[in-house]
Structure formats: C-alpha cells, structure tokens
Design a protein around this ligand. Structure first.
Ligand code: WTA
Length: 651
C-alpha cells in the first residue's frame, strides 16, 4: 500500500485558504497540536468555549457535560436553543437574507436557488402547517422524499417546533418504511408523489400507501409534495397536498425554545441483528459538531464556498453535510435530485462547473465508478472552482485517492478522507485540509476534541499496528441511544470494553506516524457502495420467502462497490434455478429495498456450522471471495458441506 505523504503542495494549497478567525480554521499542525493540548488541559472548558461561540443560545448553558450515568451522557443540559433559528434566523438577522442557502438541480435539469430569507419563510409556513396538523414537540415525523428542497424544509420545520424527524431513504421498500414508521410511532409522514431517477419518475406515494395499508396505525396524516407529477391514489381524510396546506399559512413562526438535549432526529441504520437501530441525536451537541466539522475539515467559508455533498438526505451524511452543517454556517449547499451518472458519466462534473462548486464530497464507490467511465468526462468540464475534495463511507483505495487528487483536484485540492458514522453525528477522524499532510488511503488523525484510539481485545492501546477503533471520551454529537432500546445501546457500543469507551465496530491500523487507517467493519455489517446493510437483515428477508429454509449472507470484495452481497441459501422447496434466484433477489428488494438485493445467490444443501451450531461466516466469506480455505474445517458439523460448496465454485 502506498504510504506516500502528500506534503509538497501544502504551501501552494494554503493560498486557497485565506486566514480567518482562529476557532473556525486550523491552519497548521502547530495549531492542531495547540488544540489537542487545550483539550487535554481542560476538556470541558474547550467545549464550553466552542459551544458558546459557535451556537446561538436562547439561554446559555452553565453545565458542559453531565457524566453521572455513563454511557448516557448529557451535553450543555441546562441550555436552550433552536436548530432552525441557528440555521436560518441567525443569518438573516446578520444581514445575509439574500445569500443563497440552497442551490438545487433537478435530474431533468431545472435549477432553483433559495435564499436564506426565502428558506426561513418557507420553513415557517411548513412549521405552522405541522402545528395545524396537531404535531407537537417530541412527536415523530417520518420524511420519505426525493432530494428536493422541500425535504430540507420539512426537516427544518420539524426542528422549528421540536418535532423529531426520521428520514427514510427513498429507495427503501414499503415494508422497510412501515417498520420504521411503527418503531418510531410517527404521527405524520411527509412524502412526494415521486422524484426523478435515471430519466423516469420514481413513485414514492404508492409506497407510503402500501406501508400504511398494512400497519403504521400511529400515522394520522400524509403530506404530499408534488414533484414527479405522477398519478397517485388519494385518501381525502388522510392525505394533504403540501402546496395547498402551506399557501394558507403565515410565514412567521417563532422558533420553539428547546432544551439542548431535546431529541432532534432518529435515523435508522443497520446493525448486526435483523432489526435496524433508530439512532437518536439531540439538539445542541449535534449542531455544534455539524458546524465545527464544516469549518475544520472542509475549511468551509460561508458566502464564498459552494458546498456539494452528493449523499441523499436518507443517510447521516446527507443530514449533517447537505443540510445542517452548511446551513449552521450560513453557507450555500447544493442538492441534486438524480442519479450521478445520468444522462452520462459527466453529470457530476457538469453540475460542479455550472454552479462553481468549491468543495465536493462524495463516496469512494462513486469515484471508482467515475474512474471506470474514463478521464474524458471530467476533461469536458471546467473544474477550476474546486478547492477541497472529500470522501466518506468506506475505505478509499490509494489508486482511487490518487485519481481524485490528480484528475479531479489537479493536485491543487486537498483530499479529506473523513471517517465517521451515523452514531457519531459528524466527522471524527479526518485531515485538516490546509494543515495535515495526507497519505492516500488514510483518514489521518482525530479532529481536536476527539479521543480516537486503536486498541487490542482487552482495550489496551496499540501504538503501532492493527486493532479495534474506539473513542475514549464522550463528544457532543455522539448518539444518545437507540430509540426505545436502551439495552441494545449498551450492548452494541459499550459492553465490549465494560463501558470504558465507545466501540465503533470498525477495525483500524495505526502507522508509525500515528495515522489511522480504517480497515472495515468487524461485525456483521456490510458496506455496499458506502451504504450500511446488516447481513442479518438480508438473511431475515430471505428466510421470509416460502422457498427458503436457511440463509447466510456475507460480503465479497468488489472493485467498484467496495463490497458486494453474496447469499448462501438452503431451500425447503422449489428448484434451485435461475428463475428462483431472480425471484429471491426481487423479494429482498421488496422487503428492504433495491440496495439490499444480493449480487449473487448460491444454493447450498446445508450451511457450514460449528458443532455448537454457529454458521461459519468467515469460511463463507472466503468461499464467496474465491480465496483459498486455510481454516481447519474439522470442527464442522458436516465437512462435506464445505467440500460441496468448494466444488460448486470450481464447477
Ligand atoms: C465506514 C457514514 C473507511 C465505517 C458516515 C463506519 C469508513 C461506517 C469511512 C459508518 C472512511 C465511514 N473510511 N470507512 N472514511 N467513513 N466508513 O453509519 O465502516 O452509514 O463504521 O456513516 O462506514 O457508516 P454510516
């Protein structure tokens, strides 16, 4: 692996980062070291200062961190504030009402620019509409929408009145949507008729109808934005037209006074069981870190930068870096509705050029796909506005890193490889673009205030070498729990090291310079194109099919997607043929969503198990990847099973 350190251009690159206020910009490794020293000397004092400086408080807090009942930490707990006020009113009041908050491009090519003043007015109208519908602080609202500005409006409207949003990715199936609605006991669903994907309208409303037909009884209303223009079924007592409802509402709505620990949103993510976890984030800590990481790891300058994070708002990346981070900074965020390679692989670069994007943030999978498409696509567009390039979601291979750096960034833009999770709310390990010498493939060093460490199985710190990634100290934007499941929160993140520190579920290596290299998940979570999927979720979907007796799902290395999904299936009926294979893939698509469809299904007579009955996943992973089996299979219940699976492979 290339461990070349990219320092040569640091001086050159700094020209692109005009000096600013010290807490908003870290310009050198000396400053980084000072920050670390400051946190070490007085951790709470440093957080106090940052939170007072960077957030607008209706009532400032006096207490920084409550650690009375670890790991249920509470931050800034006697303070009061409002997220939408921080993201909107504050900037309008400072005279930036006319500044563009959101640039939106639809897949068919239309463009909308929404100023801070307009966004504030629209959010107020939407917030008033929510109140009219009986939504109160603490109520849950599910948002199931395409990437259109109304999705951000809906999120911010919830925060204005203290409703808790739970965004469900638009590619999830009706059943997955229903599960999330039911788990959150949502009162309202905000959706659209449909949105544009790959040249056609992708229907969303019918999926909401399906989800609510078979359950979701907590839902009283469905608010529908007209976007796709597709025909939808309508239940007059339940369904409401967004436009009609909002146009009669006032554009003034005072921001609710909310406690710093008021729940802000729930976002479901995959874990190692069949049931997704509702990750809970709260108000002040999340917002503080969303803003600080925009400033630190992207060097974001409001009023000058155009920031584009390509993630859908259905994922944490879209929450923090398409919506809350840029808006908390008073800057401009770009949203794009459609598929990045539509109508051709130059679409992303065309959008960057058309809107003078300065900071671009995407996933390694997209980068690898674009490399395959060929260098002629970026060459057709003027990318000279770009100055910082980010990546997230999966380890980036050094080759893809170098392509991004040379072909897209023209060796001018720092590459910011950001390691973080739904649970962490924002970046944890990432280079400071104008300070940290980077190494292709490494997320480099923890951000100031973050005590990331690589430890062995007993929790002993490993100075150099491989181990498990943990976070030693609580941080403001950490998850506050799993919705409705305290026990699972304790078990998943804290039990492994007896509550001493947060266990991320990733393996990592630390090199001789203290740089961290993320190796990938050590639990039963797959990372497909930077999307998190639980093997157990896919297995439960498969065994729910009438033909399937047993299933085991493993990841297999994939050149573009990072990992692809391989399912081993034991049948109880039916013929193991291509038709059944396709039917099973379709079935998984219906239960979870298209992103979870196995790339490969292998029929087996039985699954290899240990004598205690555990499926041998490591062995299946080796078989799926076509690797040589080094493992001793003599402990297996039935060694013949493995031999047959291996023979199938050769055949
Ligand atoms: C992986 C996405 C390597 C990791 C923000 C983590 C990464 C999981 C990186 C979280 C990175 C995220 N390098 N791996 N820069 N960033 N991951 O919750 O396995 O969707 O645990 O959050 O993605 O996925 P999630």
């Amino acid at each position: 692996m290339a461990e070349e350190t990219i320092t040569s251009m640091l001086e050159e690159r700094r020209k692109f980062a005009p000096p600013r206020n010290e807490t908003a910009h870290i310009a050198s490794m000396e400053q980084y070291a000072q920050w670390r020293a400051r946190f070490e000397a007085d951790r709470e004092g440093a957080w106090r200062e940052l939170a007072l400086e960077h957030l607008h408080w209706q009532q400032p807090f006096t207490r920084v961190l409550n650690r009375e009942r670890p790991p249920f930490f509470r931050w800034f707990e006697d303070g009061y504030l409002n997220v939408s006020e921080n993201c909107l009113d504050r900037h309008v009041a400072a005279g930036h009402g006319a500044r563009t908050a959101i640039i939106w491009e639809g897949e068919p090519g239309e463009v909308r620019r929404i100023s801070y003043a307009e966004l504030l007015a629209e959010v107020c109208r939407a917030a008033n509409a929510l109140k009219q519908l009986g939504i109160e602080a603490g109520d849950r609202v599910v948002i199931y929408m395409p990437m259109i500005p109304e999705a951000a409006v809906a999120m911010l409207a919830c925060t204005r009145i203290g409703a808790v949003h739970s965004v469900v990715f638009g590619a999830f199936s009706a059943q997955a949507l229903r599960d999330r609605i039911e788990d959150a006991q949502a009162k309202l669903v905000i959706t659209a008729d449909g949105g544009w994907r790959r040249g056609a309208v992708h229907d969303l409303k019918s999926k909401v109808d399906q989800a609510l037909d078979g359950g979701g009884n907590s839902v009283r209303h469905v608010l529908v934005v007209r976007r796709g223009g597709n025909k939808v079924a309508w239940k007059p007592e339940r369904d409401l037209d967004w436009q009609e409802v909002l146009c009669v509402e006032s554009d003034v709505c005072p921001p609710a006074r909310l406690n710093a620990e008021h729940p802000l949103f729930i976002l479901y993510t995959s874990g190692s069981t069949g049931k997704p976890k509702g990750i809970l984030h709260t108000t002040a800590g999340y917002l503080l870190w969303a803003r600080l990481t925009m400033l630190w790891s992207f060097d974001f300058h409001a009023g000058r930068d155009v920031f584009w994070c390509t993630a859908d708002i259905g994922w944490i990346t879209g929450h923090t870096y398409s919506v809350y981070g840029p808006l908390a900074c008073g800057g401009t965020t770009l949203m794009y509705e459609g598929v990045p390679t539509f109508p051709d692989p130059g679409r992303l670069w065309q959008i960057c050029a058309a809107h003078d994007v300065t900071i671009f943030y995407t996933a390694p999978t997209a980068i690898r796909a674009l490399i395959k498409a060929g260098d002629e696509w970026p060459a057709r567009h003027d990318l000279s506005s770009l100055r910082v390039l980010g990546t997230v979601g999966e380890p980036i291979n050094p080759e893809a890193w170098m392509w991004y750096y040379t072909v897209i960034g023209q060796r001018r833009c720092p590459i910011v490889d950001t390691w973080w999770q739904t649970e962490t709310g924002g970046h944890m390990i990432a280079p400071l673009p104008f300070a940290t010498p980077t190494k292709p493939g490494s997320a480099t060093l923890p951000l100031p205030g973050i005590e990331a460490d690589v430890v062995d199985g007993d929790g002993k710190s490993i100075a150099e070498g491989g181990g498990l990634l943990v976070i030693r100290e609580p941080w403001p934007s950490m998850l506050r729990g799993i919705w409705g499941d305290e026990q699972r929160y304790l078990e998943t993140y804290w039990r492994k090291f007896d509550g001493r520190f947060y266990f991320a579920g990733d393996g990592a290596r630390r090199d001789e310079d203290g740089y961290i290299w993320i190796m990938g998940r050590v639990d039963d979570v797959l990372n497909v194109s930077g999307h998190r999927l639980g093997t157990m979720e896919i297995e439960s979907a498969l065994v729910a099919h009438e033909a399937v007796a047993e299933a085991a799902v493993v990841g297999r290395p994939d050149e573009v997607k990072g990992e692809s999904i391989c399912a081993f299936v034991v049948l109880k009926q039916g013929t193991p043929d291509e038709a059944l294979r396709q039917a099973l893939k379709r079935h998984v698509g219906e239960v979870i969503g298209a992103i979870a469809k196995p790339d490969e299904i292998r029929f087996a007579e039985a699954l290899p198990k240990t004598r205690s009955g555990k499926i041998m996943r490591r062995l299946l992973r080796d078989i799926a990847a076509g690797r040589e089996i080094r493992q001793d299979i003599s402990t297996l219940e039935d060694a013949a099973v493995v031999r047959r699976l291996l023979e199938d492979q050769q055949g």
